[in-house]
Structure formats: C-alpha cells, structure tokens
Design a protein around this ligand. Structure first.
Ligand code: HEM
Length: 231
C-alpha cells in the first residue's frame, strides 16, 4: 500500500470520530494527517510528511480550540445559569441583600433560580422495555423526551410554580436530572453559583436590568443572548 493511503485512512477514521464527538480537535488532526497524505502523494520525504502533519496539527489544534471556546462560550450551562439567575433575581421584587444574607438564604436562592429557569431543558431516553407511565404506553425502543424545565414547574410538586419564591421548601428541582445519569458536575455548578452570585450582588448593590433581556432562541442550554445591566 502506498504511504499516502496510510495517512488518509487514519485521517478518515479521525474525521468519522469527529462526526460522532463534535470536538473540533479530531477534525484538526484529521486535516493535518490528510495533509501528510498529500505530502506523501507528492513524493516528499517521510521527514517532510511528518513535519507538515505535526506543524499543521499544532496550528489547527489552536484554531480548533479558539473556535470551540468561541462557539461554546455562550452556551455552557453555568454561564447560562449565572445569567438566568441574575435575570430572575433582578426581575423579582426581592432585595438581593436579603436573598444572599447568609449561606442558607444563598443556597435557597440558587436552588430557586435553578428551578424556575433550568439551563438544560430537555434530555432524551429510549425505553428498554415496555412500560406504562401515567396511562401512557411505551414500547421497547420508544424515544422519550424528558422536559426537565417543565418538571420544575409541575404544580403537583411546587405551589404557585411560576413564582420565584426562594423560601419555598418543597420538592428538589430537576435541573441536574435524576437517577444514574444525574449531573456529575452538579456540586461544582452549585458551588460556583453559591460563590459567584453573592459576590456579584455585594460588589454591585445597585444592579438593575437596563433593557429587557434577550432569551436565546434554543431549547438546549436555555440562557440569554443579551443581559444589559446598569448600576
Ligand atoms: C448549571 C450547570 C449544569 C447543569 C444545569 C447541568 C445539567 C445536567 C443534566 C440535566 C444532566 C443529566 C443528563 C441526562 O440525564 O442524560 C447532566 C449530566 C452531566 N453533567 Fe451536567 N450540568 C451542569 C454543569 C455541569 C458541570 C460543571 C459538569 C462537569 C464539570 C457537568 C458534567 C456532566 C456530566 C459528565 C454528565 C453526564 C453524567 C452521566 O451521564 O452519568 N455538568 N448535567
């Protein structure tokens, strides 16, 4: 087999993996390896093939990293939830100084913000066996969407569910999911929110909404496109 096929086969495998994982890094390396294949095809020595592939791999990994962070920046859950919480708090009639007066009050404020404005709206599951839930029949293989954000507003679990009431002492919210796939990062996300929000409102006690916040037009990683604030 000619040397260039080796480069291209590995590049194709990585490109396939990229389609599944959506990381951008695998795509960057796949392109670099494909370039190594082109160098081999053009008859360059194996040193030059490697030099080209490695140099391009490093450069494209940087590009992929830049692109990935830019693309993901507005969407990961915690920034989304910090924005959601700030908006919910400023939209409420509560005084932030009261909401964050101590650790217990802070924790309740954070949980209530997570409940009323879940950053992750929907997760999906597939039925492994026939089941009936609340009169609805599921066959094996049925795809089920769990709308976590709606579960957080269930009037059977939360009184006056659309109201922001940090002192409510009711069911736990489902913003981090439930069961074996319960969010592994929940303690970290909760810690961040419990640390960041009191600091923000303490440093900027006069914080107000400057304009109506613009909600992002996506169902996943529910968050804001714009949150204009004044002090
Ligand atoms: C406000 C922030 C966050 C929210 C709202 C959130 C939400 C969720 C939800 C709803 C699930 C369940 C998915 C399912 O049921 O299939 C989940 C799973 C997961 N989360 Fe988070 N998440 C947050 C932050 C984080 C952070 C900071 C990390 C990592 C450091 C993380 C890592 C994970 C992982 C690895 C899973 C998969 C767990 C499994 O499948 O067993 N999350 N997250």
């Amino acid at each position: 087999m000619d040397a260039y096929w080796g480069w291209w086969i590995v590049a194709a495998v990585l490109a396939g993996a990229e389609l599944v994982t959506n990381t951008f890094y695998l795509l960057a390396i796949a392109v670099a390896l494909a370039a190594g294949g082109v160098a081999a095809f053009l008859g360059l020595s194996s040193e030059w093939q490697w030099a080209l592939a490695v140099a391009l791999g490093i450069a494209l990994t940087f590009v992929a990293h830049r692109w990935r962070t830019r693309r993901l920046q507005p969407t990961p859950q915690e920034p989304a939830d910090i924005g959601n919480s700030v908006r919910v708090i400023l939209d409420s009639d509560y005084d932030p100084a009261e909401l964050f007066r101590d650790e217990t009050a802070t924790e309740r404020t954070v949980e209530e913000s997570l409940r009323i404005c879940a950053p992750v709206h929907i997760f999906q599951r597939w039925a492994l066996e026939p089941a009936e839930i609340d009169g609805i029949e599921f066959k094996r293989g049925d795809k089920v969407s769990m709308i976590l954000a709606a579960a957080n507003l269930d009037p059977a679990k939360f009184s006056d569910p659309l109201a922001f009431k940090p002192d409510r002492n009711e069911a736990p919210n489902l913003s981090f999911g439930a069961g074996i796939h319960f969010c592994i990062g929940a303690p970290l996300a909760r810690l961040e929110l419990n640390v960041v929000l009191p600091i923000l409102f303490k440093r900027l006690p006069g914080l107000k909404l400057a304009k109506t916040p613009v909600v992002k037009d996506v169902y996943h990683f529910h968050g804001l496109d714009r949150l204009d604030l004044v002090c």
